[in-house]
Each structure stands twice: as C-alpha cells, then as structure tokens.
Design a protein around this ligand. Structure first.
Ligand code: SF4
Length: 355
C-alpha cells in the first residue's frame, strides 16, 4: 500500500470536484456562516436514496424558503411535506422537522459539532453524523457510505463480507485520514467511487490511486465488496381452499396485518403446516400444490377443492366473502400466490368436468 495515496486522491479531487450548492470548494476554509452545518445536514438528508440531480432543485427551494434551522423548525408541517413531495420517503421529511425542532429546543438553534451529539438528534445515524461533523464543522470524522465501503474494500483487499467488514473499513480509513482534511478526503472518496471505482467495470486505468490498490494488483476489483453467503430460505407449508358453487368461487379479504394484508385471496390457513382443518366439512379433493417465494421463506401451498350445490350449505358463513365467477378469477386482482392457486383450481375443474 502506497502511504501517500490519500494526498494523491485529494489532488485528483481538487482538479475534478463537482460544484454543488451544499459542497465547500476543495481546499477552501469552511464558510464562517452559522447556517453552513444546516445546509450540509439538509443536503445529506435529501441525498439519502436520491440522486444529486434530483435533490439540487429541492435543496435550492428549501434553503430559499427556510434559510436556517430555526426557520425550518418554525415551518408549518403541511407546507414542509408539500415542499418535500417528489423526494419520496416521507419519514425523512418528518425526521427533518423533528431534528430541526430538537436543534432549536436543545441547542439554541445551532447544530452541535460532535458526532455523538449529532447522533442523538432525530433521524441522524452514523453516516450523517460523520458527514455533518466533517463537511459542516471540519472535524476529523471518518465518513463511510456504501460507495466508500466498496472503494475501501478494493483498496485494502478486505475479504471479510459486509456488514462484518465495517469495523475493518473504519479502522483502515481512520489510520490514513489526512489531518484537517477529513471533509475533502471523504468527498474525494465518494467522487472517485461514483465516477471511477464503479460497482461494475471500474475504470482502473483512469484511477489516480491505482498503484496503491490491492484489488487492482490482484485483478479482481469486481469481487469486492464481498457479499455474505445467502442463507437458504426455509420452506413453509399451508393449504388454500377452492370452494365453488354454480361456477363461482369463494374469495375473502385477508386480515389487514401480515403478509398480503388486506388483499383478496382464496381462503387459506396460517401457513404453519398441513394440519389445518378446512373451513367446513365436506368431500374435499386435493388439486395439487403451488410454490411461491417470499423474502424470508418459500411457501408450498397445497390447494383443496370442494364443489357445493348451493351457497346456503356454506356454514358457518365466512366473513368478507365474495363470490367471483370462475371464468373471471384470473382477472380478479388476486396476489400472485393466490393467482397460481386459482389457476390450479380452474385447470382441475375443467379436468373434473371433462371426466
Ligand atoms: Fe477502484 Fe480500480 Fe482504483 Fe482500485 S484501481 S480503487 S479497483 S478504480
């Protein structure tokens, strides 16, 4: 590892830095304005999960309308929400207001400068606290976002998978942090990661710190950051019930809470096994099973069918029941899992009728 790479990187940044309304020009002293940390904080909250291009007009509009944290804290909630519309993730806007009001109530309308104090404010996590400390106050804070994680694991050849690698990344960057230049260093890392050390096809030939890069010399940059091995998802089992009367099939509205909450579906059990009793006694036929993947598990849902001669035999009555013509069940707006089950029901019925 070439020891001087942080300074080479800062030199590159000074020559290539983008001009942004919340960014202090590289190498310049921080603005001596009380509202500067406010501008840094506002930009960082806006930039979470949103691009620089999308944020820029919002940032200009917000700072024109609410030029400091006290003005934002005194703003009407509805007006702030309206001004935020289009940036998405409204929880961030609510946290924005909560944080501005906490800064006024707890710190006299001036952002505190230490990471610990910043982290204690609503909506401020490790990354934003470090960013405001470094970019807003010139503190020697180690700023780490996803882009910096990728770049650092490549530079140092850190093979520990994320997120376990975060301690090693912090230690590696803390050890090389250029004194009194933490802000420029972090901005440089971010710019290099976005423009050169990209997730796919990093431009190592254009990289100002290629000589110091472990992944570059090993020729395996795209192997970093190492991802944790995927855990196999468990398989759960359950039963759905196809109840048909006079070419209409029974659907219900699922409980508001839980998976597929509030959606129309075939009646089904709680997917905790195959032991559930059908909603009414009768000559149930097993039609088969469908598979469906949820985020945390695979579901094998078997489908049982019952054909009744009239609806009054459905006792006890099922709350929220709605009868859908069998021929229209595919367009009834069922979620994918139940659309698969319904397709099985339709196919089986045709077989039954043809038999
Ligand atoms: Fe990224 Fe390549 Fe530069 Fe290494 S040499 S930091 S992999 S762009």
């Amino acid at each position: 590892m070439t020891d001087s790479w942080p300074l080479l990187l800062i030199d590159w940044y000074r020559a290539h830095a983008r001009v942004l309304p919340w960014r202090n020009p590289p190498g310049a002293a921080l603005p001596d304005a009380a509202d500067w940390p406010y501008r840094v904080w506002l930009s960082e909250v806006m930039l979470q999960q949103t691009t620089v291009e999308a944020v820029t007009p919002y940032f200009r509009a917000f700072t024109a309308r609410w030029p400091n944290v006290a003005a934002l804290a005194a703003a009407d909630d509805a007006q702030v929400m309206q001004a935020w519309a289009g940036l998405g993730y409204y929880a961030r806007a609510r946290n924005l207001l909560a944080c501005a009001r906490a800064v006024v109530a707890q710190h006299g309308g001036r952002f505190p400068g230490t990471e610990a104090e910043l982290r204690a404010l609503p909506g401020i996590g490790d990354y934003t606290a470090a960013a405001v400390a470094a970019f807003g106050f010139g503190r020697d804070a180690v700023v780490i976002d996803g882009n910096i994680e990728r770049l650092t694991t490549r530079l140092f050849g850190i093979v520990t998978p994320l997120p376990a690698a975060r301690g090693a990344i912090r230690d590696a960057l803390g050890a090389v942090l250029p004194v009194a230049q933490a802000g420029d260093f972090a901005q440089a890392m971010m710019d290099l990661a976005r423009r050169v050390c990209t997730p796919r096809n990093p431009q190592c030939l254009l990289c100002p710190i290629a000589a110091a890069c472990a992944a570059r010399s090993a020729g395996n940059a795209e192997d970093f950051p190492v991802k944790p091995a995927k855990r196999a998802r468990p398989t759960r089992q359950g039963t759905a019930w196809w109840i048909e009367v006079d070419k209409h099939v029974l659907t219900v509205q699922r409980p508001a809470k839980g998976l597929l909450g509030g959606m129309r579906a075939l009646p089904s059990c709680d997917w905790k096994g195959l032991g559930a009793q059908p909603p009414l006694p009768g000559d149930w036929r097993l039609l088969g099973a469908v598979q469906h993947g949820f985020t945390h598990f695979e579901l094998e849902l078997r489908v049982q069918a019952l054909w009744l001669p009239e609806r009054s035999l459905l006792q006890p009555a099922i709350a929220g029941a709605d009868w859908v013509p069998v021929a229209e069940i595919a367009s009834a707006g069922l979620p994918t899992l139940f659309a698969k089950a319904a397709a099985l029901g339709q196919t089986a019925i045709r077989g039954e009728l043809a038999a």
